[in-house]
Design a protein around this ligand. Structure first.
Ligand code: HEM
Length: 520
């Protein structure tokens, strides 16, 4: 009997909290958010409506299309969350002078020590950014070109081994689709960022798998999968994170109820240990007195050699963030560059002519100095980052206590606000015919200057990407070298790479046939 009473009490409290409370709050409307149209029926009542949108796999596109179809620049996507669609909102929400801060999702997903990416407090962020900025200055990065070249050579060795004969006919023989480009380019970005950040020389490109050693904090060693564990973790988090108050419950329930989410949690749990092993190995080398040049050494000492005196927990957290942020983003970008070029052979042809004009036939890896200023190469990269940004989704920010003006509307304090990068890149006033992949739009310097403030694949303002320069260096060198050395064919011209937008765009296989060009 007592059991039934307890059950009834739990059920009625849950009902009151989940259903009655939000309905009353919506009717009472203390923040005046009811004037904004709802994205979906239940958006004003529950954030789980937005979890549902996220679970469909392309949140930013769904929001962009809803804004466009309904002609509404502001949509309510949750009881306390607004989505904006209008390029002026970029400056208001993300610009250098914004008073908005990172929203609570960064806090609830953070670990024991905040890192540059998830720290919310502005002075703490500025301190962390100062420590890392010296390491990320372009002058410093260019001296690590040899690390990019070394890992790229290893990728090319693997690709050479998988080359087939030249294409006969219009479509490749399915047996000749020997390379999943997305898989291989991700192995490369993992190796490249680990070499740059912690001087680790990995063997993924020899083995062709992402299997690595993971290490628990107590020293237990086991095997895990680098990319798989990261993808599984973000896939589940990016769906359920949107109700910040109920997140611990959503996390617990999705772990215990048998479903694909339970498996994603299980596979994703190893990612922390995967990163920890790389950093712990680097510490062991440091303690042995090895002098190495990498992000790790920049964390330990400043430019003058003075110790930074950071806690070990903070160092682990910062380096983990770099190893995390620095691999899949660049891998996604590279897969899209190749996919788009293969679907637009006229642009591939123009790029090839440009590259053949500066590279010698025997050059395998394009030296950065020779290719860094090639206008069409940069135009291809930027146009691909525009059409399908690797981080396409909205990056949620929180308005300051006193509120903020966004797109000319006064938004009350402590409201979650965002504008998706996907939408920012589709304003037809700035980017005419925005759906078309047209690198030529970047070739005129005046047009470039006009478009750049609205071109935000790396976000913008004080929270913009710190890894932008190193990523461009990697993309420029690798794309130039690939296009110079190889020919490629897709399974068919209409082949679509599977995509699921988590925080970044998680991509499935891009199977290609690959063969060597005849260079004279
Ligand atoms: C094509 C490649 C890349 C893209 C599209 C990209 C995109 C972004 C975006 C959109 C943000 C803002 C995130 C937010 O506000 O939540 C960001 C931040 C950041 N990115 Fe990247 N990123 C790329 C490569 C890299 C690389 C290679 C690294 C490191 C080696 C890196 C490190 C970071 C860090 C540390 C932040 C946080 C900056 C801060 O808050 O001060 N990124 N990136």
């Amino acid at each position: 009997m007592l059991g039934y009473v307890a059950l009834a009490a739990v059920l009625s409290t849950t009902f009151a909290y989940l259903i009655i409370r939000p309905i009353v709050l919506n009717l009472w409307d203390p923040k005046g958010l009811r004037k904004f149209p709802n994205h979906r029926w239940f958006s004003a009542i529950t954030d789980f409506q937005h979890c549902h949108t996220a679970s469909q796999g392309f949140r930013s596109k769904a929001l962009y299309e809803a804004h466009k179809e309904r002609g509404e620049p502001i949509l309510r996507i949750g009881p306390n969350s607004l989505s904006f669609c209008g390029t002026r909102a970029i400056k208001d929400i993300y610009g250098h002078s914004t008073k908005c801060i990172k929203d609570d999702n960064y806090t609830i997903l953070s670990g024991s020590h905040r890192h540059l990416f998830d720290v919310v407090d502005k002075p703490d962020h500025a301190r962390k950014r100062r420590v890392l900025s010296a390491a990320f200055a372009i002058k410093n990065l260019e001296k690590w070109e040899y690390k990019v070249a070394y890992t790229a050579e290893r990728l090319f060795k693997a690709l050479d081994e998988r080359c087939t004969g030249p294409l006969k006919g219009a479509l490749p023989d399915p047996e000749d689709l020997t390379v999943d480009f997305n898989h291989w380019v991700n192995l490369w970005t993992i190796e490249a960022i680990n070499y740059i950040a912690v001087s680790s020389r990995m063997d993924l490109l020899d083995k062709g798998t992402d299997q690595v050693i993971a290490e628990k904090r107590d020293g237990t060693i086991y095997r895990a999968n680098y990319r798989l564990s990261m993808n599984q973790m973000v896939l589940v988090q990016s769906v359920w994170v949107w109700d910040y108050a109920l997140w611990p419950w959503a996390k617990w329930l999705t772990k215990i109820i048998p479903s694909k989410y339970g498996k994603q949690w299980k596979d994703g749990e190893t990612f922390d240990d995967v990163l920890y092993h790389q950093i712990a190995e680097r510490l062991r080398r440091y303690l042995k007195g090895e002098k190495l040049d990498d992000f790790f050494s920049c964390m330990m000492e400043d430019k003058t050699g003075e110790p930074n005196n950071l806690e070990w927990g903070e160092i682990v957290s910062e380096i983990s963030a770099l190893l995390n942020a620095g691999f899949d983003t660049t891998g996604i970008a590279m897969t899209h560059h190749l996919d788009l070029l293969l679907k637009h052979p006229q642009h591939l042809e123009t790029l090839r002519k440009e590259l053949d004009g500066v590279l010698e036939p025997h050059e395998v890896i394009a030296p950065y100095d020779k290719v860094k200023d090639l206008p069409f190469l940069r135009a291809v990269i930027d146009e691909s980052l525009r059409v399908i940004p690797p981080t396409s989704a909205g990056l949620p920010r929180r308005t300051p206590k006193e509120g903020a003006s966004i797109l000319g509307e006064w938004i009350p304090g402590d409201t979650s606000v965002n504008m998706t990068i996907y939408a920012a890149h589709r304003d037809p006033e700035i980017f005419p015919v925005p759906e078309v992949f047209n690198p030529h739009r970047w070739m005129d310097p005046d047009d470039r200057r006009r478009m750049e403030p609205n071109f935000i694949p790396f976000s913008t303002g004080s929270r913009g990407c710190l890894g932008r320069n190193i990523s461009y260096l990697e993309q420029i060198m690798l794309l130039a070298s690939l296009v110079h050395r190889y020919e490629f064919a897709l399974p068919s011209p209409s082949f679509v790479v599977p995509r699921f937008e988590a925080f970044n765009m998680v991509l499935g296989p891009l199977p290609i046939k690959i063969w060597r060009r005849t260079l004279k």
